[in-house]
Design a protein around this ligand. Sequence first.
Ligand code: SF4
Ligand code: SF4
Length: 438
Amino acid sequence: MTETTDYRPMWSELGLDLDKHDALLAALGQAYGDVFLSQENRPETMGYFDFVMGEIHGLRVKELVDARAAGRIVVGSFCVFVPEELVLAVGGVCVGLCAGADFGTEAAERYLPRNTCALIKSFFGFTLEKVCPYISACDLVVGENTCDGKKKAYETFADLVGREFMVLDMPNTKSGEGRAILKRAYLDFAARLENLSGVTITAENLTAAIELVNAKRRAMHRLARLRQADPTPISGLDALLANQVFFYDDPERFTQSVNNLCDELEKRVAQKVGVAPAGTVRIVISGCPMAVPNWKLPAIVESTGAVIVGEESCIGERGTQNLVDGSGDTVGELMESLVDRYFAVDCAVFTPNPTRAPHTLQIAKDCRAHGVIHFALQFCAPYQMEAPLLEREVEKGGVPVLRLDTDYSTEDVEQLRTRVEAFVEQLRGESEPIAHRS
Ligand code: SF4
Ligand code: SF4
């Protein structure tokens, strides 16, 4: 990660603790070099994503600061249930707030019990240690009543975040009542955005915003399809990076960059060029989101010689699946389509959540995966408790599952490696991926 411009005055104005921020960037740069830049045979067009990561606290933050100076609002979110389309419709900028680093844990534990998931501790830690320029650059930070951990943590976080803060009230059942709750939440969110920006949501600006986000999702669908090739043309780590940048980047530029990457990958597929030989063990990761810079498990998996070919995760399928039907003529019709798209997301906070296991099996089949690794953050009740149900269903469909619980620390790396190696070895001994067998 090389900073070419001096962003320190900007970080200072944003209220960051420069010493701690330097320490965070140094650790990030080191991890990025070790995990990503050391990979062999990467697509050339990944250079764009390397650049974005190199400038993740620099150029992109400056763009947000400039956008605000130009009168646009900046909205930060923690969850794929916060619809970017509404923010774009009022001319705003939507950014995902990363919560993937083991940073500021001690500070976070002054407010949170130790047995809180690493993701929640991470966004508390970043805020308390004043190292997140994204939070500082926001006009509005949006939480959501999803799992109990987040729901209760936001009560404290609202007083700590130092920005306008709102919580979307989320449903926890896939019922008519559940859909009505989601719709109410989106109408409240739309009203708050209109109030903050002074821009009214119209059929025209909402249609344009839907198309912008659909284009971004279409590009990610194209990338997902290309990863189905054997040999696969891109590593799981690089594909994860694209999925992570999905939440930060300017949408138009991001779409173009993913399409450029896909153009290159198409050529690789035609020439049978892969990041690993044909027949390499193929893995789908399922479970909790992997926010920047949580690259621990994918790095371990790919270091064993297996390749990750899909993610049933928020930083993956849950973020990119399905498009919004943008054919409605009125704001009301378009809002219904928006609610339909998001209500189909099968996060484990829903109970029951019957579509997630078949969905995961389908991804494994489409990706011609040999096995699924279920990743749950420790103390994440929804995903940890859903894991055995998912394991049973996916294995019934013929795909072996390995369940892992971990956090953001490096303490368990060797233990995880041992378990992943044994799983990959077991899969190597099996004949064919599921799609070849059926
Ligand atoms: S796991 Fe569920 S609650 Fe967490 S970010 Fe994803 S959709 Fe939101
Ligand atoms: S990882 Fe689990 S516990 Fe943590 S915020 Fe997401 S759903 Fe909640």
